[in-house]
Design a protein around this ligand. Structure first.
Ligand code: B12
Length: 387
């Protein structure tokens, strides 16, 4: 039998990836990332906000051949998630980014990538592999773009002509010499709908995302208090944000079906904003077992739920926010105060005043005072409106 060519091996690896349940697979050569300069500019401008890990291992991200001795090519994979907003009801789930409603993609894809890596090592003895989903020092979109899985959109998402951008990425780096796939052509043209749609102006120019203004960053990555000027801008988002993807015309008519692992499980359908805001440790562990939402931690999710209730402005949220005013965590008390001020009215004002009498932290007292002023303003507006 003749020697197996790098084209034949690449074809076999792509086929294995699809057999393991990935929607698309492609091969890239690991030499210098095309987007290395964009990464450096992004870091220089501080667009990574407080994600210090993005400023580490820059040389590896820029050239993943350094990840291990002999690293040569990557098999990149994509897995599609639920695009439909109608798939969820209630006041919480539309505010959770689509990728995060079901099982954690790190686990779902990690398991399949581990199998793919093992199969490669068994099929081609002596091959070395590393597999990653989000976790490695790799510019995953850049690598996947080079593997022909999509092309960078102006919202920085990797876009595919038939699959839009509602898919996650992962990869197996290998020491095998593989024939790479061809990159796809630009899909954005003169369209800039995503830039116009972003409610916080995080996409200040095409292909540049400023995390300091990104709702996804604040709700998922940021720990502690959310700056006052960002709070109302978060709108109803509780975990992540899909606005720049919703605006993209390539997500309108998708010709691929989502992996069922990513749909909202029945056990979580009943969770709403008020319940999330009150979640104790035991309930949190049970309801969100295996969910990527745990990245925000329990206090982050409760904080975000308080802001979303305030931004919804409905009087039904006054009692759960009132209970949060007595929480042991000052960040949660501050955010509940802000939300009560935003909803306003006599009941909210009374709760804020009551808490002010016993509050021991100066910073929280400050929040209570400004929230009280807003709540009273709102109460007199309501009185004037009804007389
Ligand atoms: C840090 C990070 C974030 C940060 C910063 C996002 C950002 N745009 O950089 C925050 C927390 C804000 C975030 C949010 C989200 N993220 Co995120 N994130 C990452 C992570 C860990 C690193 C991204 C990175 O390297 N950024 C630095 C910049 C410089 O790189 P880049 O945006 O990828 O840009 C490359 C290309 O756009 C290209 N490029 C740049 N300019 C230009 C110009 C032209 C003309 C061309 C052709 C190319 C090009 O070169 C760049 C560098 O290689 C990756 C996983 C990974 N290890 O790669 C996931 C990842 C990018 N995130 C992902 C997802 C799903 C999201 C969210 C949709 C989640 C949500 N619904 O809330 C949002 C989307 C926000 C957005 N518009 O990007 C997916 C994206 C999948 C896809 N189809 O693109 C990834 C790949 C995770 C995964 N394993 O699937 N994320």
């Amino acid at each position: 039998m003749g020697r197996v060519t790098s084209t034949q091996i690449a074809r076999r690896l792509r086929a294995w990836a699809l057999e393991l349940g990935f929607d698309r697979a492609g091969v890239a050569c690991l030499k210098g990332a095309v987007g290395a300069d964009s990464l450096r500019r992004w870091l220089e401008r501080g667009d990574h906000a407080e994600m210090a890990y993005m400023a580490e291992r820059v040389a590896l991200r820029a050239d993943p051949r350094e990840v291990f001795d002999g690293a040569t090519s990557a098999v990149c994979v994509a897995l599609q998630y639920e695009p439909q907003v109608e798939a969820v009801t209630g006041d919480l789930w539309p505010g959770v980014a689509r990728y995060a409603r079901g099982r954690d993609y790190h686990n779902v894809m990690g398991k399949r990538l581990r199998k793919l890596a093992r199969r490669i090592r068994v099929g081609f003895p002596g091959t070395e592999t590393r597999h990653y989903v989000d976790t490695g020092p790799v510019l995953e979109r850049d690598l996947a773009a080079r593997a022909g899985l999509g092309v960078a959109g102006k919202n920085t998402m990797l876009l595919h002509p038939e699959a839009g951008s509602y898919f996650m990425l992962g990869e197996v780096l290998t020491s095998l010499e593989l024939e790479p796939d061809e990159p796809l052509a630009d899909l954005c043209g003169s369209c800039s709908l995503c830039l116009e749609a972003c409610p916080t102006g995080a996409l200040s120019e095409p292909y540049r995302l400023d995390s300091r203004r990104c709702i996804s960053y604040w709700t998922i990555e940021h720990r502690g208090a959310i700056p006052a000027e960002m709070r109302s801008a978060l709108g109803q988002w509780v975990f992540g944000c899909d606005v720049c993807q919703e605006a993209c015309p390539h997500n309108d008519r998708l010709e691929v079906s989502p992996d069922p692992a990513f749909s909202l499980p029945a056990s979580r359908q009943g969770l709403d904003l008020a319940a999330l805001s009150a979640l104790d440790e035991a309930a949190y562990q049970e309801v969100l077992r295996g969910s990527p939402m745990k990245r925000s931690r329990r206090e982050g999710l409760r904080r975000n739920a308080a802001l979303a209730m305030g931004n919804r402005g409905d009087l039904q949220y006054v009692p759960p926010l009132g209970r949060m005013l007595d929480d042991g965590d000052p960040v949660l008390r501050s955010h509940a105060a802000w939300a009560l001020g935003r909803i306003g009215g006599a009941e909210a004002a009374a709760l804020l005043l009551g808490r002010l009498g016993v509050e021991g932290e100066e910073e929280v007292s400050g929040e209570l005072i400004s929230a009280l002023a807003r709540a009273e303003e709102r109460a007199s507006e309501l009185r004037a409106g009804s007389s």
